[in-house]
Design a binder for this molecule. Structure first.
Ligand SMILES: O=C(O)c1cc2cc(O)c(O)cc2[nH]1
Length: 456
């Protein structure tokens, strides 16, 4: 993704103040805002799509404060509460659903996405940047897609698929933490400032976003699919995690263990991600916690390149982030050490996450949220205990999320008659659970509310 303006914008919206240079807040790092910056020489990571260190080439948008801070000088602390949806009124839940819907229809104010590979990004004449608008929610989808997809290494070369930049490594929790923060902030900003809304997306608001194309063409026609508990070929993913699994994973003392991958054992990260048993032992056939919830959905939400299209993703990952934050508060400082360079590229402490703007490292997100990132979870704020020490939020989740399929109606919506019939009678259940009008996003209305209720 690239800033809509080729350099960074003015925080005050005035001319001659790019990056807030008038107040010494920042400055452009590219030679000129009007000229495309030179392409980097092709190296193993910069060929094709610029990945790992990509954001540094383009500069830093200092128009926004760091997370957790606000004000003209970015020196006022924010205190945002992520609500427990189970404790919200119908009107509050509807407000959340409406906000997501708005994000699905609102053009991203600051960013555009690149529609061509790196070498072709300035178009056939070298002067026509190949960028497209994207809506706020579709940008959220796109960044996840981009982070899991292979890196194009240049014409005639095999693409590099050895690393998933947001999964199967220490960066799993930190990457998704930033991913959510970014969506929240984009939603807050757009609500305050009011941006252009795409009518064509309004008509197709719950369909899946095809990352290759613009939002207003035929690509956004496929529906979101769910078939919860319906994968009969894989009985292990026909259930959801148990509340005790959350309790167990929080007991793991070490954040991550070599080889810092999906094969790590006794690793909190690999356990909450769901490649280990909840007690920490790696077993190749096991799927637990986060992974199990994805796979349980058995549809759009179960495929890494598509999953954020299903808005339930926001809720699942908010809960995962809450577990991560609980772990940090219990184990840091001490056991909580973010891996250095021995972790895979994109997952270690030094390098920027892929593919974010502005550049941010995983280590920057490896901090307790209330003190450093300006948000907390409703139940933690109240100091409520219970649920094996996981907190009230997890209590609510265990009632509604880590439970049997029968208890999931508020989370998953009411299955269609066809789905219920098919579940009893047929082995093949795919493509059955459509999120379709007239209730866009309503299927997620009964889980954890992620949208912050405070302005930035
Ligand atoms: O197979 C898994 O363990 C698995 C599937 C899946 C889908 C998804 O969207 C994720 O974010 C993770 C994930 N893991």
């Amino acid at each position: 993704q690239f800033p809509r303006e080729c350099c960074c914008p003015s925080p005050t919206g005035t001319l001659d103040d790019e990056c807030g240079s008038a107040t010494a807040r920042g400055q452009c790092v590219s030679a000129s805002c009007r000229q495309p910056p030179p392409l980097l020489p092709s190296t193993h990571m910069t060929a094709g799509t610029p990945r790992e260190r990509f954001p540094l080439q383009k500069g830093y948008n200092s128009g926004r404060c760091r997370y957790g801070l606000t004000g003209p000088n970015c020196d006022q602390r924010i205190s945002v509460v992520r609500r427990n949806v189970m404790q919200m009124s119908s009107a509050e839940k509807q407000a959340f659903v409406n906000s997501l819907d708005q994000a699905k229809r609102t053009v991203h104010p600051d960013l555009v996405i690149c529609t061509r590979r790196y070498q072709e990004v300035y178009g056939p004449d070298g002067n026509t940047p190949q960028f497209d608008n994207v809506t706020i929610y579709n940008y959220f989808v796109w960044t996840h897609y981009y982070s899991v997809s292979k890196t194009y290494m240049g014409a005639g070369q095999a693409s590099f698929g050895g690393v998933d930049f947001s999964h199967e490594g220490p960066g799993f929790v930190t990457w998704h933490r930033f991913h959510l923060l970014q969506l929240e902030r984009d939603m807050q900003v757009s609500e305050r400032r009011g941006f252009e809304v795409y009518v064509c997306v309004r008509e197709k608001r719950v369909s899946a976003f095809d990352m290759n194309r613009t939002i207003c063409n035929n690509s956004e026609t496929s529906p979101i699919r769910r078939n919860p508990a319906g994968n009969v070929e894989r009985p292990m993913v026909q259930r959801l995690p148990e509340p005790q699994d959350v309790v167990d994973c929080l007991d793991l003392k070490t954040f991550d263990t070599p080889p810092y991958y999906s094969t790590s054992s006794e690793s909190f990260r690999n356990t909450v991600e769901g490649y280990s048993a909840p007690q920490g032992g790696y077993d190749p056939v096991v799927r637990s916690l986060h992974n199990l919830a994805h796979l349980f959905l058995n549809g759009t939400g179960g495929q890494t390149h598509l999953s954020p299209n299903d808005p339930i993703f926001v809720l699942l990952h908010t809960f995962t982030d809450a577990i991560f934050d609980e772990w940090l508060s219990r184990h840091a400082p001490g056991e909580a050490v973010y891996p250095e360079e021995d972790a895979p590229i994109g997952h270690n402490r030094q390098f920027n996450m892929v593919p974010f703007w502005p550049p941010v490292t995983n280590a920057e997100m490896f901090v307790t949220a209330p003190e450093n990132l300006g948000y907390t979870y409703e139940d933690r704020r109240r100091g409520a205990g219970g649920c094996g020490g996981v907190g009230v939020m997890a209590c609510a989740m265990r009632a509604r999320y880590f439970r049997s399929a029968e208890g999931l109606e508020p989370l998953l919506g009411r299955p269609s008659v066809a789905t219920q019939t098919d579940r009893r009678t047929r082995a093949s259940l795919s493509c059955r659970y459509h999120v379709s009008p007239p209730a866009p996003y309503s299927l997620c209305s009964a889980l954890l509310l992620t949208r912050a209720l405070f302005p930035i």
